[in-house]
Design a protein around this ligand. Structure first.
Ligand SMILES: Cc1cc2nc3c(=O)[nH]c(=O)nc-3n(C[C@H](O)[C@H](O)[C@H](O)COP(=O)(O)OP(=O)(O)OC[C@H]3O[C@@H](n4cnc5c(N)ncnc54)[C@H](O)[C@@H]3O)c2cc1C
Length: 463
């Protein structure tokens, strides 16, 4: 149903405007990439050389006092590289109660589902009407966790039925049926290393006969969770027949690079099992990896052969600080940026072509140029099914200035925040990675500008 619906309402105009061949066949897909590389690289280079400075002055006004104080602390920690390094070194020794008091709420949705539901409502007041929820158990491959695998699987399933489904329905009802496709899906993130004991070993050795059974067990565990999403979609499509995107999407997170070959296999097996009709499963590609663009072409070919849809969350990649083999990552930030932008352009052209293999795209980034480019391209799309299946995402507590620009100045509706939730001890590792990420780029939403902005906003409120 989904494929035929898409095939009859295509937007070859976008493909033309992107100067990409609209027919992306299995063999020609490789040609497709190389033929268009120059144009795409040109486009990316143009945008990279014209940095976008969005009008974000008022974004702090939309935050409450406790959120502002949390950002004040982050601003202090990111005043300069040496201060940030000191904060990163001190972080593991900082007591949990202090972290919870100062910054936890800025980055994490809560310990329990009712708390995350409130976070969702708070986000909707800011124009962000859905979430990508992750029962966050960071770096759990082999490490001792404070919760069992059964708890992680159970809580992840509950986060679909008791959080994402009611929240999505509420958002649809508030927006009105006429605007049903303005509400982004609710996403449930699957972190492969949190879903089975000794996950890292399994992902590293999935091809070896000794690991076959354990790998299949991992696929089954993911499938058990995705089935909850699939069943919810079936019910909700009956209730809201005008919907052109899934209501709930399961999204496989990308991990550290040595595990990624196993993760690619896992997400491919899940695409093949669940994405015959609509893109219920979305995988992740880390565009800082040199292998990412060839990988996307390979997955395109396999999807066409297997008759299933791909869904992509494109990220730059979060493991640059810990990657032991720097050679796998693009040589420069500019190379990563150009590769990321061409990934978005190719995915959008594919979705708008006569025979799409990509059914869903999440542009997960805090980079203003990237998000502006994606929004500009999406404005040229008239196909409702394509529009409903492209969503922009930022992490809770990160890139709030760009989220504000997109919702307030560009009237973007297709936007979500990644909301980690769960046991505070486990979310500490997640918070550390966010702190490290704050040092990756000079941002208007960290350091001195943030401290100044917070102080100015609090002053305005007090007097
Ligand atoms: C909704 C959402 C989901 C996410 N899920 C995942 C996930 O599953 N897996 C994952 O790994 N990450 C994930 N991320 C994190 C994402 O990878 C980081 O947010 C991202 O790396 C930060 O980059 P940016 O796009 O915000 O842009 P920027 O701040 O412009 O870019 C910073 C990034 O550029 C790259 N970079 C920096 N310097 C260099 C250099 N010298 N050479 C080459 N590249 C460089 C690095 O990737 C760095 O993190 C997710 C982010 C979001 C918003």
């Amino acid at each position: 149903m989904y494929r035929s619906l898409r095939a009859t309402s295509l937007v070859p105009r976008l493909a033309r405007s992107l100067r990409v061949q609209p027919t992306v066949g299995s063999v020609s897909s490789i040609r497709f990439i190389s033929n268009t590389n120059k144009n795409l690289a040109d486009d990316a280079a143009v945008q990279a050389h014209t940095p976008h400075k969005p009008d974000t002055d008022n974004y702090l006004d939309t935050l409450n006092t406790s959120e502002l104080l949390g950002y004040g602390v982050i601003g202090m920690c990111t005043l300069s590289k040496p201060v940030l390094n000191m904060a990163i070194r001190a972080f593991p020794y900082t007591p949990l109660w202090m972290i919870r008091l100062l910054v936890y709420k800025n980055y994490c949705g809560g310990d329990t589902l009712p708390e995350v539901m409130k976070t969702g409502e708070r986000l909707s007041e800011r124009g962000i009407r859905n979430m990508m929820v992750s029962y966050t158990v960071e770096a759990c491959d082999g490490k001792k966790m404070s919760v069992s695998i059964e708890t992680i699987v159970g809580e992840t399933k509950r986060s679909i039925s008791e959080l994402l489904v009611p929240h999505t329905v509420k958002m649809i009802q508030e927006a009105g049926i006429a605007n049903i496709n303005d509400i982004p899906p609710g996403y449930v993130a699957l972190k492969p290393t949190g879903l089975i004991e000794s996950a890292a070993d399994i992902l590293l050795h999935y091809q070896e006969p000794a690991y076959k059974g354990r790998y299949e067990q991992l696929v089954e565990t993911c499938s058990e969770i995705i089935k909850v999403a699939e069943d919810s979609n079936l019910t909700l499509h009956k209730q809201f027949p005008g919907r052109k995107a899934p209501f709930i999407v399961a999204i496989v997170d990308a991990e550290r690079n040595d595990l990624q070959q196993g993760v690619y296999k896992l997400q491919r097996d899940l695409f093949a099992r669940f994405n015959k009709v609509e893109p219920t499963v979305v995988g992740t590609m880390q565009m800082y990896l040199k292998e990412s663009t060839p990988n996307l072409a390979k997955e395109d070919k396999l999807a066409r052969q297997g008759g299933y849809l791909l869904g992509w969350k494109l990220v730059r990649g979060a493991y640059i600080h810990t990657e032991p083999n720097r050679a796998v990552i693009h040589d420069t930030k500019a190379d990563t940026d150009a590769n990321y932008d061409s990934g978005i352009q190719n995915a959008l052209a594919n979705m708008s072509s006569e025979k799409p293999s990509v059914g869903h795209l999440v542009v997960a980034s805090h980079n203003p140029n990237t998000q502006k480019m994606a929004t500009d391209l999406l404005e040229k799309v008239s196909d409702k099914a394509v529009k409903a299946n492209v969503v922009l995402g930022q992490l809770l507590g990160m890139g709030d200035n760009i989220t504000y620009y997109l919702t307030k100045h560009r009237d973007v509706k297709n936007i979500i925040k990644y909301v980690p939730w769960g046991p505070p001890l486990e979310t500490k590792e997640y918070l550390l990675r966010r702190l490290e990420e704050n040092g990756d780029a000079v941002r208007a939403d960290s350091g001195w500008p943030l401290v100044k902005g917070v102080a100015k906003t609090l002053w305005k409120r007090a007097f």
